[in-house]
Design a protein. Structure first.
Length: 112
């Protein structure tokens, strides 16, 4: 269960990065809504990561949890950047995003 919580926390990290990007592109009331979304996603993400390292009989070690959390956020940020912000999808960007995914999976496999 803690791994599911951590994965969702990583997805909310992607959410707060996307909200931050949209807040920079907008003005006025619309920008305020994106900033509120940023704050909400940030709070949920941090809270869920905290829960994943401290709840239940099998908490995830902090080093592993943080690496997985940031890895999900980083890969999610690359995907959001490509799909929403029209950032380039170069071979090298995709290659290194793939190595991040492999690293996250590897950490999951070697963690108790």
């Amino acid at each position: 269960m803690n791994w599911i919580i951590l994965i969702v926390a990583g997805l909310f990290e992607t959410g707060f990065a996307a909200c931050l990007g949209k807040a920079q592109e907008t003005q006025g009331k619309e920008s305020l809504y994106w900033w509120l979304g940023f704050g909400l996603c940030l709070f949920i993400s941090m809270f869920m990561m905290y829960k994943s390292i401290s709840v239940g009989s099998n908490p995830i070690p902090i080093g592993t949890a943080y690496a997985v959390w940031t890895g999900i956020g980083a890969v999610g940020g690359v995907i959001v950047g490509i799909l929403i912000f029209q950032e380039p999808a170069t071979v090298w960007r995709l290659f290194f995003a793939g190595t991040l995914i492999a690293s996250v999976v590897g950490l999951k496999l070697v963690s108790a």
